[in-house]
Write a protein that binds this ligand. Structure first.
Ligand code: ZN
Length: 91
């Protein structure tokens, strides 16, 4: 996967947080606590896969790390299509 996403680690209170890309649904970023910084850095350099770097994280959180999209927003995006039809919303 080839993205131009900015990838940044933040330190706060002795913990490391990964700043995700902007969520394409709600336009908010998120900060996810990183347990293994070395693996995270390897992942950021595309040396290992997300599931190798973060085996302890649920799949939806790994998705959020990769895409920036919140798990809830994924749900909204997919369930929204029907709602839009109900409201008569068209592009
Ligand atoms: Zn979101």
């Amino acid at each position: 996967m080839n993205t131009t996403t900015e990838r940044t680690l933040h330190k706060k209170d002795g913990k490391i947080y990964y700043e995700t890309a902007t969520c394409m649904y709600c336009n908010e970023k998120a900060f996810i606590e990183i347990m293994d910084v070395n693996k995270c850095e390897q992942w950021m350099k595309a040396e290992i896969l997300a599931q190798q770097a973060f085996p302890e994280l649920p799949t939806e959180i790994r998705e959020q790390l990769i895409s920036g999209t919140h798990p809830k927003c994924w749900d909204e995006m997919f369930s929204d299509e029907e709602e839009w039809d109900e409201y008569g919303y068209e592009k």
